[in-house]
Design a protein around this ligand. Structure first.
Ligand code: GLN
Length: 543
């Protein structure tokens, strides 16, 4: 029997609902339960794939090729459970489905309405593919009271009735602000937010209260009284130095016990939190420090590189070092002499990206790393630009470039129009195809060259990694570049798509067409990130 936990937010956005959901998932796992997490997003985009990272942060890609909300990345990093397309729904996707059914005439002349058609579709999504797991955690995007979230709130209210007594609970995350002038914590916004929920028939079972100050018993009592929640179920959530200490903090505040109590389940045994205690110990007691420059395009918004940032932290956890990241807009390297500022870093990473702006700066960063023997990690666009750099300056194709930006005499990176999926089916595209959902997306296998650096790092020669790109390094240049000293150490199984390049004569220079950061976890750091940070540590000892 699958039990449902609905997680809503109130007062303001950005309180850490995703982190709360992911941490609760991890705590339930630490008690031996199986979990799955889902995100219900009220916005009208079909998926976040076409949104700028500045709008909604990074687009997280699943093995089955879904472009999803970045909270799904938190879910995977905290629980290790791989997300699927069926774990993220948006209003846009629901309306798209309903409207195409309506156009086909499937509603047999009926009027199509938010209740029941939209709410039924939301419920169907929440109930699909339960796979016999113990707990399904459903996080509702947005804030209680939002107009666009209303059908979702109504759907989870109905669902709690449909599921029957004891099968679901509501957890509500709110803000308890501190008014410095009054020297007081204020519970009124929480009271109002809960009143909003109760007015639509949702009574939270547990209140989680974000606060910058400890919440005194008197205020807890007040919220319990006014929000109709037992006092022990008012859980304080204070700021913490690392997101990976959040599961243990929530446990100390009694969150997992309250959840089990609300379901009438036994809770006397303590959960096994050793995995999280070990991670915290490694973060809090580093044995050294390194600095890595991330040369990108959306460096003003940290959420745009969420998984990347976390994977770098995981590389630090693996090596027991603190990693300082310098986020640098690649455009700055298009000015003469600016590149010298990279002299002081221990490693350079050029992440994925789209569009021409700043790409010459990325090429300059790759060249600097190659010539100065500084560890270089190129991811997706970062690999493509390193390949263009090698073509220009190692193989002598001065006019090499990517057709993503303009036509080139030497299109070392080009639009891919056909490729084979893992199940053997062939995907085809043209330059006219829609932009939404049409990239090479999701998990694809790659075969690594025996004896290469990447084969040594992975400890195997068959890998599967997640992709999200439209362009590829042109296989027609492989031989020419190999002659110039670039090793194509990873290829698609049919040998047509270059997946990895490396420079055998360099301490650590690797470019990958895929996004390894999406699969890294604090308790299982991705081997490429662990090795890259290790190379940065080695570099730091040289200077
Ligand atoms: N813009 C490049 C492409 O579409 C790289 C994409 C990426 O870095 N994710 O191929």
């Amino acid at each position: 029997m699958t039990r449902y936990i609905f997680i809503t937010g109130g007062v303001v956005s950005s309180l850490g609902k995703g982190l709360l959901s992911a941490s609760l998932g991890a705590l339930l796992q630490a008690r031996g339960y199986s979990v799955r997490l889902r995100k219900l997003d009220p916005y009208l985009n079909v998926d976040p794939g076409t949104m700028s990272p500045y709008q909604h942060g990074e687009v997280y890609v699943t093995d089955d090729g879904a472009e999803t909300d970045l909270d799904l990345g938190h879910y995977e990093r905290f629980t290790g459970v791989s997300s699927r397309q069926s774990d993220n729904i948006t209003s846009g996707r629901i309306y798209q489905k309903i409207i195409s059914k309506e156009r086909r005439g499937d509603y047999l002349g009926g009027t199509v309405q938010v209740i029941p058609h939209v709410t039924d579709a939301i419920k169907e999504f929440a109930l699909a593919e339960q796979d016999g797991i113990d707990f399904m955690l459903c996080e509702i995007g947005g804030t209680a009271g939002d107009i666009e979230a209303a059908p979702f709130m109504e759907a989870i209210r109905q669902l709690s009735i449909d599921l029957g007594k004891g099968r679901s609970i509501f957890v509500h995350l709110t803000l308890v602000p501190y008014l410095a002038a009054a020297g007081e914590l204020k519970t009124k916004p929480t009271q109002h937010s809960v009143r909003d929920l109760r007015s639509i028939g949702i009574q939270p079972d547990i209140l989680v209260c974000r606060s910058e100050h400890p919440i005194p018993d008197s205020e807890r009592r007040k919220m319990s009284l006014y929000c109709n929640v037992s006092e022990t179920a008012v859980i304080p959530a204070l700021d913490s130095s690392s997101i990976y200490s959040v599961p243990v903090s929530y446990h100390k505040e009694g969150l997992d016990v309250e959840v089990l109590k609300a379901f009438g389940l036994a809770h006397s045994q303590a959960p096994n939190l050793s995995r999280w205690e070990d991670i915290m110990d490694r973060i809090e007691n580093p044995e050294g420090e390194v600095t890595i420059a991330v040369v990108g395009k959306y460096t003003g918004l940290r959420d745009a590189y969420k998984s990347l940032n976390e994977a770098i932290v995981h590389g630090g956890i693996a090596n027991k070092v603190k990693v300082n990241v310098e986020w640098i807009e690649s455009e700055v390297f298009e000015k003469e002499d600016a590149i010298a500022q990279l002299d002081s870093v221990n490693a350079i990473l050029v992440p994925g990206g789209f569009g021409k702006r700043g790409t010459e700066g990325k090429i300059a960063a790759a060249r600097f790393a190659r010539e100065r023997n500084i560890p270089y990690f190129g991811i997706c666009l970062g690999m493509q630009m390193a390949t263009v750099e090698a073509a220009r300056h190692m193989a002598g194709y001065n006019d090499a470039g990517s057709t993503e930006f303009e036509a080139h005499n030497n299109p070392v990176v080009g639009l891919i129009t056909e490729w084979v999926r893992e199940d053997g089916s062939v995907e085809k595209r043209t330059s006219e195809t829609d932009l939404g959902g049409t990239m090479r997306l999701g998990a694809y296998d790659a075969v690594l060259k025996e004896g290469s650096k990447v084969a040594e790092i992975y400890g195997k020669t068959q890998i599967s990694e997640r992709h999200r790109h439209r362009y590829e390094v042109n296989v027609g240049y492989v031989e020419k570049l190999e002659k110039a000293g670039v090793l194509f150490s990873g290829m698609s199984p049919d040998g047509k798509l270059p997946e990895i390049i490396e420079l055998p004569d360099h301490p650590w220079f690797i470019g990958v067409q895929f996004h390894p950061e999406l699969k890294s976890k604090p308790f299982e750091p991705h081997p490429l990130f662990a090795s890259f940070v290790e190379a940065a540590v080695a570099q730091s000892r040289l200077v």
